[in-house]
Ligand binder design. Sequence first.
Ligand SMILES: C[S@@+](CC[C@H](N)C(=O)[O-])C[C@H]1O[C@@H](n2cnc3c(N)ncnc32)[C@H](O)[C@@H]1O
Length: 255
Amino acid sequence: MSVAPGEARAAQYDAIAVPYQRSKESPVRRYVEGYSFFSLLGEVGGLAVLDLACGEGCYTRQLRQRGAARVLGVDISTAMIELARSQLRAGEAGIEYLVHDVQDLPALGRFDVATAAYLLHYARDSGELGRMCRSIARQLPAGGRLVAINENPQQPEARYGGYLRYGFSKSVATPRCEGSPITYAMASGRELFRFEVYHYERATYEAALAAAGFTDIRWHPLQLDPQGLALMGAEYWSEYLDNPPVVGLTARRAP
Ligand SMILES: C[S@@+](CC[C@H](N)C(=O)[O-])C[C@H]1O[C@@H](n2cnc3c(N)ncnc32)[C@H](O)[C@@H]1O
């Protein structure tokens, strides 16, 4: 029996939903990834937010806690969405979850901002990347923002490797080219799990976003939460921040 691409992508995350959830507790997730993501987003009080590739809802919940009026989390993986829903408190309002492939979203409502922490690099080719970007643009009004954390296209392949202190490693078959699969191996407790994303150059992302109607496309370096610096010391963070595997990416729906 053949497996549709969307099902294969969902299966990858269905299988690792619980260990992935645990990996979000690591210092690098909280003090660099989360801090960078929320710094790029800025004030979310009163906003309607579409959290794409929400996984088990780590950022969806935090968006609501930070005052977003309404947050809709969307993910292709049923297991991830079940895990997200299981963490809703009884009667909790303003937060909802749906299973969808971002490449093919129906009209989901009116949103001020769409977030995409680790989504675009799951596109398996430039066609899928284009479909994701067009689908996201359709959910936003003119001026609506997209805030993403994404693979760092400018990280040289020679600098992939172990981030063992932070509990993961990153590898690619060389020579790396457009669309090359990148493998992440992550430790979570005593388990090791893997998943694959894809490499694209900055220009490929920028072209896909521009063609979908986004403007003001910007890449942003990661930022370290001063609390994380105080807690772990500069040396702890240097290996990650001197060779960042991911970056921030923002864009705005053109008027
Ligand atoms: C690394 S997780 C990130 C989860 C969450 N944003 C976070 O930062 O904790 C990536 C998620 O992207 C989802 N995903 C991958 N391709 C997708 C697609 N085409 N549509 C919707 N979700 C997708 C996966 O199922 C997975 O839950």
